[in-house]
Design a binder for this molecule. Structure first.
Ligand code: ZN
Length: 668
């Protein structure tokens, strides 16, 4: 459905008790006052969750919601519907009802859940399609939302990793032509080492079944209410990779030729500090946005969740909203009142923040920015990475670190983009941690021959194992043990000042992750930029090393290791990127994140400030930008030209960058 304005969708649960009429009046006043133009009516949610609710149980509730719907429509507010569960999030003591002979999920240890349905159980599918059809026939919503329980994982107390019920085991056996028990199948699927045939069948089945289920539900909904579109709520990319999620297939199955709409998770249940939040935002939300494609509308979710100590501050909520602008938004969903049936609570103070930002959100939306035009350091990511990962210690090894790479690069203040291409030309590629497993030797050689490459120590080590060490001129690479006096700190090898200090040092103690020492041939042309020293000042290993078109980081970027985030490392990587990158924007300070959208006919930069500092100007090092005129889209929605200077790539824009905000600039 084409909405002509930014959608502010309030997620709210109204329980059909004696308070519902009063709650409805308050809700409509709240929406009109603060500009919420869509209400997502929740039913069967959280505190009022009946498990796999029956049509009989839902009928009196739906009858009341029909009245709420009419009142909302009369007030010019759109209505969508969310049933809170499909298969079910967590049982929390709820069980199947008499007559519900559904097969429930079983984890790989054999633990069976008492509520969460197996996605391939046709008896549950029949129930859910009939129930969802009833809901949309009665309420005729613009959108029916598929909740974020629509996944194989995160159904505690079940262990992560899919369903191994009798139906799944039978399906695996029929594909494999075997007669494994659960234990026999699991032992083979998750055997240490390279992916087995059984693991591939397990992944294929997860990948296919979620798309098939989406198609079945959507067709039932469309048959019951042709005007209703089906929208998706999604979770973190690491977890979706464990089920090898087919993003294009899933969003296409839900759209059935209509809208593709993804409520992307913003990883801020808590009021965490800005830099931590944006790190997670780049890891989670930007990755899911990449997988969703340009033809998918995005309405992320801001929350005032119950895990917070007291409530989230309205000012933080504003940052939460502004900070999500780089996803290129069409709307926003709001879980700001809790779900236990209080209705809209004006006193919490969130409404005025939504109203305040509305002109800005609309003005940015009207620019029709194309998400895929993001430019900067390229971070390869693949939805099917799980097919490539080895198991060393256990099932947990299948959690990919791919998205940590994007979060790390962004945290250094570099503009970046995720990409799922296999071949690149004249780009700067961040080949960190898992991504090396996704490319064949031939593809890696092609990447090195035609691009500049930032690789980490683990990738350097794997290049050696694969006989490709010549690409980086290395003779050997091996991991060194940290937390010993032998390897204490890293120091610049050349006479150069960093932050005004000669011989700048950084620790390799504490939270550093894994660290690798490489030796380079004398004629390799590789320049060692930093050396590792012992506590008594002896050189004990090589650190950063730079070749013609590559930079080796000596550590492994597979998680958020705090000591990897420091000025020495940031500035060495920044120098390399500025030297080699075609088009990039780099912030002067950490905690400020430029997102560069370079299209053929228009260029935008969004700059997020996650710090508690206000700035009177925006300073970026840039490459490949021609700037004749700069404008800023104001928070009042009005675009105004702003003075700027561009000297040797240093762009200084005379525009304020307030604490915890996101500014949008237009370059002409
Ligand atoms: Zn199953």
């Amino acid at each position: 459905m084409k909405k002509d304005k930014f959608v502010h969708s309030l997620r709210i649960q109204l329980f059909p008790d004696s308070l519902i009429e009063e709650r409805t009046e308050v809700l409509i006043d709240f929406c009109k006052k603060y500009g919420f133009n869509d209400v997502m009516l929740m039913i069967n949610a959280e505190e009022f969750n009946f498990g796999h609710i029956t049509i009989e149980e839902a009928t009196p509730w739906v009858e009341k919601l029909k009245g709420v719907r009419e009142a909302l429509l009369d007030a010019g507010i759109c209505v969508s519907v969310n049933n809170w569960i499909e298969m079910g999030h967590l049982a929390r003591g709820r069980k199947l009802k008499p007559g519900q002979n559904f097969t429930t999920m079983v984890d790989y240890n054999g633990l069976r859940d008492e509520l969460v349905a197996c996605p391939i159980d046709t008896e549950w599918q029949d129930y859910f399609c009939e129930y969802a059809s009833f809901l949309v026939r009665e309420l005729e919503p613009d959108y029916f939302w598929i909740e974020d329980d629509f996944r194989y994982h995160n159904h505690a107390p079940l262990t992560f990793g899919g369903c191994f019920c009798e139906k799944h085991i039978a399906l695996f056996n029929s594909i494999l032509g075997t007669s494994y028990t659960r234990e026999e199948f699991v032992q083979r699927a998750f055997a240490p080492g390279k992916p087995t045939r059984e693991r591939k069948v397990w992944l294929d089945t997860e990948r296919r079944s979620i798309v098939d289920l989406a198609e079945r539900i959507t067709k039932a909904i469309k048959a019951a209410s042709p005007k209703t579109e089906v929208a998706l709520m999604s979770s973190s990319p690491e977890n979706h990779c464990i089920e090898a999620r087919d993003w294009n297939g899933l969003l296409g199955a839900l759209a059935q030729g209509g809208d593709k709409l993804n409520r992307i998770h913003l990883p801020s249940y808590l009021e965490t500090m800005g830099k931590t939040y944006i790190h997670n935002f780049n890891r989670v939300s930007m990755a899911i946005r990449h997988f969703s494609g340009d033809d998918t509308k995005v309405w992320p979710e801001v929350e005032n969740g119950t895990p917070n100590m007291m409530r989230k501050s309205p000012r933080y909520l504003r940052f939460h909203m502004e900070g999500s602008l780089p996803l290129v938004l069409d709307g926003m969903t709001y879980s700001i009142n809790g779900f236990c049936g209080n209705g809209a609570v004006e006193e919490l103070g969130y409404g005025k923040e939504v109203k305040r930002l509305d002109p800005y959100l609309n003005a940015v939306r009207d620019r029709n920015i194309r998400f895929s035009s993001l430019s900067g350091v390229t971070v390869p990511v693949f939805e099917d990475v799980c097919y490539k990962l080895d198991i060393k210690n256990g099932f947990g090894d299948l959690t990919t670190s791919l998205f940590q790479a994007g979060a790390y690069i962004a945290s250094l203040g570099l503009s970046f983009k995720y990409s799922s291409e296999r071949r690149y030309r004249n780009e700067t590629i961040a080949l960190l941690s898992d991504s090396v497993h996704c490319f064949t030797d031939k593809e890696i050689i092609d990447i090195f021959e035609n691009n500049s490459v930032i690789l980490d120590g683990s990738v350097a080590s794997i290049l050696c194992e694969r006989g490709l060490s010549y690409l980086i001129g290395a003779e050997s690479v091996h991991e060194i043990p940290l937390e010993t006096p032998t390897y204490a700190y890293e120091m610049l090898a050349e006479n150069r000042k960093i932050l005004g200090i000669n011989g700048y040092r950084s620790t390799i103690r504490g939270e550093m992750g894994r660290y690798f020492d490489a030796s380079y041939g004398e004629n390799s042309g590789v320049k060692v930029l930093t050396k590792v020293y012992s506590a008594s000042g002896e050189i004990t290993a090589n650190g950063f090393a730079e070749g013609n078109n590559f930079l080796v980081l000596p550590y492994m970027v597979d998680n958020k290791h705090d000591n990897q985030f420091c000025e020495l490392r940031r500035l060495l990587i920044k120098d390399f990127v500025l030297k080699h990158s075609g088009k990039v924007a780099i912030s002067e300070y950490t905690g400020i994140y430029p997102y560069l959208y370079a299209e053929e006919d228009q260029t935008h930069i969004m700059v997020t400030n996650a710090l508690l500092d206000d700035f009177n100007s925006i300073v970026l090092d840039t490459k490949g930008l021609n700037v004749n005129k700069m404008s800023e889209i104001g928070h009042d929605g009005i675009t105004k030209e702003v003075p700027f200077t561009l000297e040797d790539g240093k762009l200084t824009v005379n525009a304020k960058l307030p604490m915890m905000s996101c500014v949008t600039l237009i370059i002409e």
